[in-house]
Design a protein around this ligand. Structure first.
Ligand code: NAD
Ligand code: DAU
Length: 352
């Protein structure tokens, strides 16, 4: 028994791979193109583990994926691979269309061919789990109820539009060809190995460097935060118990304004590593130009996965953010290694 994970060197994918080997222990093939967001150092503890086979490659390379599937005969594919940063999608949308839409299409084609050739029994148990986002549902008004699985798709950024496109393809492959798919739409994750271009790790890394903490617009945009290990356990649960063709929303029930997130990080840093001058890290907060088309509010109704599959998150926001700040303080080498070259170019281009 083995599974194929794509994007397993990125933030959520690497957390999932580590969590899977620790909790399930089943061998896996990890296919990742190692873009700027993919980092083999995230997997340093398992690079010599025989249960983990790492393959550097593109999900859009259909022939290569077809060969991998025939060689390893996985019982499931979990698709994390994507371009994932909204700001980058606004500046350079092309790679988002290529990976998130075309790449998912090629991966689905390779999966369909492989699945068609399986025995009747193996066809029945095979799963293609597509990892998607709550951003496909667009932006909520302040008093609107949270997104459910039947909320209308209203993507607003090139990133969310490309993820919406991939979700539709996955749905179509189940409906048309019978490929046994599952789709998850999750809220904002945070935790270890989060690339410091995203809000939470950027704020921690900048604060430790004594740099400004760039808050877009008025900082009152709201997100629903989930500790990454809770996302991993939800995906394991959906893979194990989810019904074919179904969509499951995943969220932490931790809706917060961005400015409150940044302030919470500053408060933790004030306690854990006080500034030499005795001032608070809050003083580094700097309001900057807003993101174009910025979604004002996301909120997830996760009652379906809770009710039908019995999943619940373990971490509160308070416990999760503390663990996260502690992790970044204890892993400065990792931060140094991922914040070189390309990263610096991005920060310079985007925030200057
Ligand atoms: P990430 O950007 O940290 O990692 C993406 C990984 O995919 C990287 O390792 C990268 O090298 C790899 N990759 C990119 N293009 C590829 C290609 N063409 N072929 C193979 N590998 C490729 O992203 P993440 O934050 O870990 O997100 C993982 C998935 O979860 C994405 O599909 C994203 O849309 C979804 N998601 C993310 C969040 C979040 O808060 N980060 C929330 C909900 C859903
Ligand atoms: O909701 C799920 C999505 O969450 C995932 O699908 C995406 O892959 C993931 O990147 C994330 O998207 P966001 O755009 O919500 O995450 P980001 O960390 O980029 O921004 C979070 C909020 O913080 C958003 O309102 C923009 C704001 N922000 C972000 C950055 C990088 C700032 O105010 N300043 C910043 O410097």
């Amino acid at each position: 028994m083995t599974i194929l994970v794509t994007g397993g060197a990125g933030f959520i994918g690497s957390n999932f791979v580590l969590d899977w080997l620790e909790t399930v222990g089943e061998p896996l093939v990890n296919l990742d193109a190692l873009t700027y967001a993919g980092n083999k150092q995230n997997l340093s503890t398992i690079l010599k583990d025989e249960r983990h086979i790492f393959v550097c490659g593109d999900i859009g390379d259909q022939k290569m994926v077809a060969r991998l599937l025939l060689e390893h005969q996985p019982r499931a594919i979990i698709n994390f691979a994507a371009e994932s940063h909204v700001d980058r999608s606004i500046r350079n949308p092309e790679s988002f269309i290529q990976t998130n839409i075309v790449g998912t299409f090629r991966l689905l084609e390779a999966a369909r061919e492989y699945w068609s050739g399986l025995s009747l029994e193996a066809r029945g148990t095979f799963r293609f789990l597509h990892v998607s986002t709550d951003e496909v549902y667009g932006s909520l008004e302040p008093n609107s109820p949270p997104f459910t699985e039947t909320s209308r798709y209203e993507p607003n950024s090139p990133y969310s539009a490309s993820k919406a496109g991939s979700d539709h393809l996955v749905r179509a492959y189940q409906h048309t060809y019978g490929l046994p798919t599952l789709t998850t739409n999750c809220s904002n994750n945070y935790g270890p190995y989060h690339f410091p271009e995203k809000l939470i790790p950027l704020m921690i890394v900048n604060a430790l460097d004594g740099k400004p903490l760039p808050v877009y617009g008025d900082g009152l945009q709201r997100r629903d935060w989930l500790y990454v290990k809770d996302h991993c356990s939800a995906i394991r649960r959906v893979l194990e118990k989810g019904l074919v063709g179904e969509v499951y929303n995943i969220g932490g029930g931790n809706e917060r304004a961005n400015i409150d997130i940044v302030r919470a990080i500053c408060t933790l840093l004030d306690q854990m590593i006080p500034r030499a001058d005795g001032h608070s890290y809050v003083e580094y907060i700097s309001y900057v130009q807003d993101r174009p088309g910025h979604d004002r509010r996301y909120s997830i109704d996760a009652s379906k996965i809770e009710r039908e599959l019995g999943w619940r998150p373990d971490e509160t926001f308070e416990s999760g953010i503390r663990k996260t700040v502690e992790w970044y303080l204890a892993n400065q080498d990792w931060v140094a290694s991922v914040t070189s070259g390309e990263y610096r170019n991005w920060i310079e281009q985007h925030y200057s």
